[in-house]
Design a protein around this ligand. Sequence first.
Ligand code: AMP
Length: 419
Amino acid sequence: MEINPIRGMKDLYGLEFSKYQSLVSIATKVSSKYGYQCIETPIIEDTAVFQRSLGDESDVVSKEMYSFTDKGGEHITLRPEGTAGVMRAIASNKLLVNDNNPIKLMYYGPMFRYDRPQKGRYRQFHQIGFEHVGEKSPYTDVLSIAMANEIFTSADLDNITVYINSLGGSESRKSYIKAIVEYFKKYENDLSGDSKRRLITNPLRILDSKVPTDIEICTDAPKIQAYLNHEDAKYFDTVIRLLGNWGIDFVIDPKLVRGLDYYTHTTFEFKRGIGEYQDALGGGGRYDGLLKLFCKNDVSGVGFAIGVERLMMLMHDVEIHMKKVAVIPVSSSELDVALDLTKKLLEVEIPTELLISESNLKKRVETATKRNFSYLLVIGEEEKAHNEVSVTEVDSKTLRNVRYSQETAILCLKEKFES
Ligand code: AMP
């Protein structure tokens, strides 16, 4: 019986896996330049970690969490995002020495959401995320956005635009929520069931709705910018000014509330192109009071996560062509010598594989050529008798089937691979 991956989950291998590795390596390199260190938190957390921080009314908590009761009766959840777990880890390990000592952490790995699978939307997907905790300043927000921009550029992804908004602090948000409740009440009968419920439980979430009628009603909804108090408006203006100074293109999007409850002040999302509807490539924002849910440190933070699968769809399919050597015994009598030569080549750091799966020499050479080996080292009866090897350089005529002593062949190859 054929057993396939669970719906919405897929195996990651070959070119896709190389792209994932390359994104992680770029993100690690760029973020370490900005002072970040890597952290890995468990994939499973106590359900309370997410319920406490993301908000009961968020889509993620209300519909998409993979939650279970384990054999010991614990309520556990496969992480739907990374920020809550990182906050839990900062608290559990007392990573903040004091409230004036910021910490910058990068994480990557699989996330799980029980969503309807479609192109670019999976039930297991990967994120690379970043959290800068312990400093509340528009300057920090801009540094986060600038770092994201640098990661995209380093991955050769151009034409990515930052969409940005401010949710203000609690006072501004309160007066804004009052205004949108008044507005949405006028359209209560036309709103989707979810939005109708949210009018009471969490009105901001209505702006996040993907239902077409809700989206239409939202078009003329009051914009938050008009409700920011002086201090919050100044904060947002500073972010805008600094982004301009840094040379980052952005679009102000008053509907950008993001799906989770913990955001305050700056929120942002990265999308490809401008104008037409595009799925987000990543997003984040500032959160006040999130860490306080896990410990006594009441410090603010800013962070974002990028969606690996979404970015991989945009990355060029460049097959990384690594030079490598194939050692090919002509028959089973040369197997031991061939393995010994393979060992010697690996010891001097030359990528080498022993090719034994085909039934005869011709087929082995054909396979090696198809699999892009740069050098074929054939050992037959004659070569074995004289401690030699026949070397073929696949891309050039110069070394075509020349016999060398094994020592000379290893030395020549070492030179070639070092150059
Ligand atoms: P979010 O925290 O929901 O804004 O997610 C951040 C990024 O992760 C999004 O912008 C997407 O690129 C990616 N993402 C979120 N959910 C999924 C999913 N179900 N499948 C694939 N990528 C996702």
